[in-house]
Design a protein around this ligand. Structure first.
Ligand code: SF4
Ligand code: SF4
Length: 356
């Protein structure tokens, strides 16, 4: 049977505003059946890099939070820390950035939580039996949530071709160790020019893989487990990540991590994809990217595969061509859909229901 994906465009009138349309779409998509009283609902977001304006407008977020509150659930906004240095690398900077971008509790009507804790190490290990992953490392507070509302902004992506709901769950819910496992197939090393030999990393390494030699840190590749703690604690960004995963590998890993996130939340996740401000690069970049196409609309579904497939089809339709193929000719991003379907995450076959 085809999965249903509900679609609204951004056209509104004085008689019917965008929230009237969202309400109708949520009702038709049976949003209320996903959540029940007392559920702690992780509203999975991306708060955007500094100077990036593509992210979902906080007023929309407040609206979804209010729909959840009306069901007597306990929603909270959530994301995880980044692997790389920046304004989202630890909970303190990340929460401050979220507030600067308008995701303050007074605006969105819910608290904001960084799921993998202060330094990105608060994680749960989820065993799965997939091609590339046997253990997935998921941010604790997402893993322990009763349900998820994935609010996703569609973008292009230089590593994966596109970023949508599968990436929001897969990469976006992973702890730092999980993100390192997706991005890198080799162990971290030390940038000797940056390292001042303070030994902070060595103190935190649980397996004693770091030694200070000649005033610089040195990582023993054989002992290192890739836990990423040294990345978190070095204040001088002297630990180097090797971004050496292939496009195919990273897409497979992201899909497997999304599978791991959903594993204990059967029928407890709802997906909303925003197709506006669509740029070639993702919301992790600190630039205000040029829009690829005029704003398209918002999609709603219980099926993660269908909602992402429909998002790309609508993007291509608006562009009048296979725009991601043109932008990223070397990335086989369509394999993500077939692999996700093979894992039983959803269906590529969908019916688009347009709501006026
Ligand atoms: S924490 Fe950073 S600067 Fe200090 S020894 Fe380790 S790598 Fe070098
Ligand atoms: S990644 Fe973890 S195990 Fe490897 S050196 Fe850093 S702290 Fe130690």
């Amino acid at each position: 049977m085809k999965s249903k994906v509900y679609f609204i465009d951004f056209h509104t009138t004085f008689q019917r505003n965008i929230f009237d349309k969202i309400d109708d779409a949520l009702d038709r998509a049976e949003f209320n059946t996903v959540y029940r009283e007392y559920d702690k609902v992780a509203v999975k977001m991306h708060f955007g890099a500094e100077n990036n304006f593509g992210v979902i407008n906080p007023r929309y977020v407040r609206y979804f939070v209010n729909r959840l509150l009306a069901l007597d659930t306990k929603p909270f906004l959530v994301d995880t820390n980044t692997l790389y240095a920046g304004h989202r690398v630890n909970s303190i900077d990340h929460l401050n950035l979220a507030v600067r971008h308008g995701y303050a509790p007074s605006v969105v009507n819910a608290p904001v939580i960084i799921a993998d804790g202060l330094k990105g190490q608060s994680e749960e290990v989820v065993p799965i039996d997939t091609k590339e992953t046997k253990k997935a490392f998921i941010g604790s507070d997402i893993h322990h949530a009763d349900a998820i509302l994935a609010l996703t902004h569609l973008t292009g992506h230089m590593e994966t071709g596109f970023g949508a709901a599968i990436k929001n769950l897969g990469m976006g819910c992973a702890s730092r160790r999980g993100k390192l496992a997706m991005h890198s197939v080799s162990k971290p090393t030390v940038n000797r020019e940056r390292c001042i030999g303070c030994a902070r990393c060595a103190q935190w390494c649980q397996v004693n893989a770091i030694e200070i030699k000649d005033g610089k840190a040195h990582i023993d590749e054989k002992t290192c487990t890739g836990c990423s703690m040294c990345l978190s604690v070095c204040p001088f960004t002297a630990i180097k990540i090797h971004w050496d995963s292939s496009h195919d590998y990273i897409n497979a890993k992201i899909t497997e991590y999304a599978y791991a996130v959903a594993k204990h939340k059967k029928d407890k996740i709802f997906f909303v994809n925003f197709l506006n401000n669509i740029t070639k690069l993702c919301d992790c970049v600190s630039i205000h990217g040029e829009q690829l196409v005029p704003d398209i609309g918002i999609l709603f579904s219980k099926d993660i595969v269908a909602v992402d497939r429909a998002s790309i089809d609508l993007l291509n339709e608006a562009a009048g061509r296979n725009i991601l193929k043109k932008l990223f000719p070397d990335i086989e991003w369509e394999d993500t859909f077939s692999y996700a379907e093979k894992l039983g995450m959803g269906s590529i076959d969908y019916e688009l229901v347009k709501i006026k």
